[in-house]
Write a protein that binds this ligand. Structure first.
Ligand SMILES: [Zn+2]
Length: 91
């Protein structure tokens, strides 16, 4: 079990050491162990295959259920990711 801290940028637990730096294999972020908590981690949202999703991207979701000889579809829905609205709870 690794005792290395998670990636401060994406939260990945697969951090590894490369010389004096810690490296995240998932987002490529590199940092010094001492600055791991220096900045707030950026929130990264990924799709089902690991692509990073950003504002303006279109996401399509399809659903179905099946067993041998039967398949029921629930259709598909698409939508664009919009920028977050300002929070009324944060300054
Ligand atoms: Zn990362």
């Amino acid at each position: 079990m690794s005792t290395l801290p998670p990636c401060p940028q994406c939260g990945s637990a697969y951090t590894y050491e490369d010389g004096a730096l810690l490296v995240c294999p998932e987002c490529g972020h590199e940092w010094s162990p001492g600055q791991a908590h220096a900045e707030e981690p950026a929130r990264v949202v990924r799709d089902a295959v690991g692509n990073v999703l950003q504002d303006g991207d279109t996401v399509t979701i399809r659903g179905w259920s099946e067993k041998p000889g039967h398949r029921v579809g629930f259709g598909e829905v698409s939508g664009a990711i919009l920028p977050a609205l300002p929070s009324p709870f944060l300054p």
